[in-house]
Design a protein around this ligand. Structure first.
Ligand SMILES: NC(=O)c1ccc[n+]([C@@H]2O[C@H](COP(=O)([O-])OP(=O)(O)OC[C@H]3O[C@@H](n4cnc5c(N)ncnc54)[C@H](OP(=O)(O)O)[C@@H]3O)[C@@H](O)[C@H]2O)c1
Length: 247
């Protein structure tokens, strides 16, 4: 796809220079900007909003769908999320709005990103004392000595961001519509990852949002496996070991 046929829609165009594609203003909180942003667009890759409040997120997403209809968009790919209540509430409402819109669509139910589970460095004693949490990153810090997990060692079906991005691009360019793809990566466990990284693994408390993700894994909610991501990519998705090596 030549770059001159792509348009990036962002809420602050002045921060999106040098992308090599046209840039337009489009803010999920300002529906008026979205219709203009989508003018002349034939296929739309609709990336879900990072808004955490489900009601507000659903409102933003419905505004995107309405603007796509008004602008005459002819194909829409939506980056949804695995059906894990209550995390998937706004996504399912969005999927319903898309299905009702009449626009030929593809739904990609993404898993969690693998990269988020890679252990970040532990802050050096001189910078900031305290233990690292998975996914944290502290520039200039040393590697963590051990991987702490609260998953009970159960498997996770995360996928590499690059694979999910490639899958989204392929879905956008493809001709198949009306399908909901459930995208999952190959199973991995924290002990496996620790062995790959050459560090110890131990069970313990994982604080913050990452602790919630570990709880989902411990409850067995991140074990679904489908062939969909491999089918879309035309190759096996990256393993967690491959993701960790490419970091
Ligand atoms: N599967 C997963 O593990 C996972 C993890 C995290 C997120 N997600 C979902 O996937 C989406 C993309 O993830 P990501 O990691 O690429 O997120 P990200 O790096 O945080 O980027 C979010 C983007 O959304 C833009 N944005 C925020 N509010 C907006 C608004 N009102 N209107 C238009 N754009 C707005 C931000 O623009 P600014 O640069 O202007 O802030 C930013 O470019 C997230 O939004 C979330 O729904 C999935």
């Amino acid at each position: 796809m030549p770059a001159d046929r792509l348009v990036a829609v962002v809420r602050e165009p002045r921060r999106a220079t040098g992308l090599g594609v046209a840039v337009r203003l489009g803010d999920y909180d300002r529906p008026d900007t979205l219709r203009t942003a989508f003018a002349g667009v034939s296929r739309l890759l609709f990336v879900s909003s990072p808004e955490l409040d489900p009601a507000r997120r659903t409102e933003q997403h419905r505004a995107v769908v309405a603007a796509a209809v008004a602008a005459g968009v002819q194909g829409l790919v939506y980056t949804s999320f695995l059906d894990i209540p209550p995390l998937s509430g706004a996504h399912l409402a969005t999927e319903d709005a898309i299905a009702a819109s009449g626009i030929p669509f593809t739904v990609l139910r993404n898993p969690f990103y693998s990269e988020a589970f890679l252990p970040g460095p532990v802050p050096s004693a001189a910078s900031a004392p305290g233990a690292s949490t998975p996914g944290d990153s502290t520039p200039g810090a040393s590697a963590p000595a051990s991987l702490v997990y609260a998953t009970a060692g159960r498997p996770l079906n995360t996928a590499a961001r690059s694979d999910l991005a490639e899958a989204a691009a392929l879905a956008l360019l493809g001709t198949q519509t009306g399908r909901t793809w459930t995208l999952t990566g190959p199973h991995w466990t924290h002990p496996d990852l620790a062995a790959e990284l050459g560090i110890d693994a131990r069970e313990g408390e994982v604080p913050g949002p990452m602790g919630m993700l570990h709880g989902l894994a411990r409850a067995g909610l991140l074990t679904t496996q489908t062939p969909d991501l491999a089918e879309l990519l035309g190759r096996p998705p990256l393993t967690m070991a491959e993701v960790s090596r490419s970091r």
